[in-house]
Design a protein around this ligand. Structure first.
Ligand code: 13P
Length: 255
């Protein structure tokens, strides 16, 4: 395992939190706290917050991401946002296939794949989320499920495009619950994702792909989680809404 071959990425996923003015204030607060990060720092924010966030992050090491992207270039898709719109707004990253999208908004492995391809074709970095439910874990399907979701999401993604892919392993039972996977469970889950990538693209390529952990990662447990060989940073929900907590996680990934 060659952790040094890939860059750790700490990305906040704000979900449906913060208005544009609140986004600006939070980013202003975060900027000095994460300025000396040795990992990549990303904040994925609600669509409506993107202009304010891009403006506030200008000149800093914070990159701005969206929380979704549609796979069509334009058309009659009420409520959706296209790659061109995000590009013009200054977005660099896009979260795709979050379990909340899969659970509440009918996202499937097929649409996750289409959105991933749309994001990569437009030149974004895609943060693609995979993860098992508690029931799937208890039935013993974690490895099968993670490999399937990973391969489905990456269907028709070229090895060249894979350089812009980050996979976030987010066990559904650990999201927003305060129940974090143990560091060993996170490492194992991320390892299954990497093994799936190795099966499709070869082991050497798989070693270069950033695989994050997400699910109740916080200022207290980040150190142990990111020290694991397969854990290349994190996708952070609740703790990314607090400047100090988020900066502590960034520092943990900067060691
Ligand atoms: P929490 O950190 O709030 O558990 O959320 C994790 C997550 O879903 C990030 O995408």
């Amino acid at each position: 395992m060659k952790k040094e071959l890939r860059k750790a990425v700490i990305a906040g996923n704000w979900k449906m939190n913060k208005t544009p003015s609140e986004a600006k204030a939070l980013i202003e607060e975060m900027k000095p706290l994460v300025a000396d990060a040795k990992c990549d720092v990303v904040l994925c924010v609600p669509f409506i917050d993107i202009p304010a966030a891009v403006e506030a992050a200008k000149g800093s090491n914070i990159k701005i991401g969206a929380e979704n992207i549609h796979f069509k270039a334009s058309g009659a898709y009420t409520g959706e946002v296209s790659a061109d719109m995000l590009k013009e707004a200054g977005v660099e990253y896009v979260v795709i296939g979050h379990s909340e999208r899969r659970t509440y908004f009918g996202e499937t492995d097929q649409t996750v794949n289409l959105r991933t391809l749309a994001a990569l074709n437009a030149g974004f970095k895609a943060i693609v989320c995979v993860g098992e439910t508690l029931e799937q874990r208890e039935l013993g399907y974690t490895e099968t499920l993670l490999k399937y979701q990973t391969k489905m999401a990456l269907t028709n993604v070229t090895a060249e495009q894979l350089k812009n892919v980050i996979i976030a392993y987010e066990p559904v039972w650990a999201i927003g619950t305060g129940v974090t996977a143990t560091a060993d469970q996170a490492d194992e889950g991320n390892g299954f994702v990497r093994a799936a990538i190795a099966e499709s693209y070869g082991a050497d390529v798989a070693e270069t792909v950033t695989v994050q952990y997400g699910g109740s990662m916080n200022a207290k447990n980040a150190d142990e989680l990111v020290s694991k060989v397969n854990v290349d940073g994190g996708l952070i929900g609740g703790a990314s809404l607090k400047a100090e907590d988020f900066s502590i996680i960034v520092k943990a990934a900067s060691k």
